[in-house]
Design a protein around this ligand. Structure first.
Ligand code: AVI
Length: 319
């Protein structure tokens, strides 16, 4: 029977809504990308991962496929496999045998995803212990207690999909530092990183011809309407994705088409024609810049593997 633990999720929910409201009242207005992922947003994100233009998912999968043995040689055995932002858990499953996993710890903000992954994994790997932790890991990780239940099983933190890129560098550093604190002596981090590349390739990946990413971006306004009792008209905001090469990040915006007065519960906010709401940053790293970030976060060793075009990088890092 898979175990289920909730760390700090319920207590955080008022603060989340306060942050959302304050972000929209600021200039420039912003919405945290964590609000993308309601049921509709998750479905749209799954569709993005299948798009011809969106190379990260399939490029990372190809690196994992091709280099699985070499990567696994850098990981301990008999591990607690900690899947950060596990979703349906599917990216974890091919790793559990190579590392002789004894325990899978899925960490996700969505209880729905967690129960799905616990069930799917529990059926497939009957020898493995399954634990789900519902938490918002944009806040410091609090997994010492859960992982301490099996003190002698080394830890592997798995953070695929270049999701670390959605954090500004100082927050990415804090998250990596927090993982580092949880590692223990033999522990490792296995993480996927999107690389810096041609601007046209990057911008197409975030502004596809079918408009799926545009729908994903606009959907966040429906989430805001629900969460804050607001009245955004998603049709009157245009999707925009640009690569900011100075800061090495894709920036996604929603741009007001005409002046708009929007109610946010009891507050009001007027958006000028052409005013942009920042909805997501997706930072791109070179292997060198990411290795430097790992060192800054306290990791003493790292190895990496890339695809032939050097578009995506997979790192293993240890104490
Ligand atoms: C989840 N994250 C890594 C995606 C990215 O590429 O930054 C989210 C995304 N936004 C638009 N397309 C995909």
């Amino acid at each position: 029977m898979p175990a289920w633990i909730s760390v700090g999720l319920v207590e955080d929910s008022d603060q989340r809504l306060l942050d959302l409201r304050n972000g929209l009242l600021q200039r420039p207005a912003h919405i945290s990308p964590k609000f993308f992922y309601d049921a509709q947003g998750c479905a749209l994100y799954s569709a993005i991962c299948e798009l011809a233009e969106y190379y990260p998912t399939r490029t990372e999968a190809a690196i994992f496929e091709r280099h699985r043995d070499a990567i696994a040689r850098r990981l301990p055995r008999g591990v607690q496999w900690v899947d950060l932002g596990c979703g349906d858990g599917a990216k974890s499953w091919p790793w559990l045998k190579p590392v002789e996993a004894r325990r899978w710890v899925g960490v996700d903000i969505s209880p729905e995803w967690l129960s799905m992954s616990l069930q799917a994994g529990g059926q497939q790997f009957v020898e493995v212990e399954f634990v789900g932790v519902a938490t918002d890991f944009t806040r410091p990780l609090q997994l010492h207690h859960v992982l301490g239940q099996r003190p002698h099983w080394p830890r592997v933190f798995f953070y695929p999909g270049s999701s670390i890129g959605n954090f500004p560098p100082e927050q990415a550093l804090a998250l990596l530092g927090s993982v580092r604190e949880h590692l223990g002596p033999e522990g490792r981090l296995l993480i996927g990183i999107d690389g810096v590349k041609d601007k046209a390739v990057l911008e197409a990946a975030y502004d596809d011809a079918l408009g799926v990413t545009a729908a994903f971006n606009r959907n966040v306004l429906r989430v805001v309407n629900r969460e804050l009792d607001a009245d955004f008209d998603a049709r009157r905001f245009a999707h925009r994705a640009v690569f900011n090469s100075r800061d090495s990040r894709i920036e996604m915006h929603l741009v007001a088409q005409g002046v708009q007065q929007v109610h946010l519960g009891t507050d009001q906010r007027v958006f000028d024609d052409g005013e942009a709401i920042v909805t997501e940053y997706s930072y791109k790293y070179t292997p060198e810049s990411f290795a430097a970030l790992l060192r800054e976060a306290g990791f003493g060793s790292s190895w990496h593997w890339s695809d032939e075009r050097g578009w995506f990088h997979v790192f293993v890092a240890g104490a």
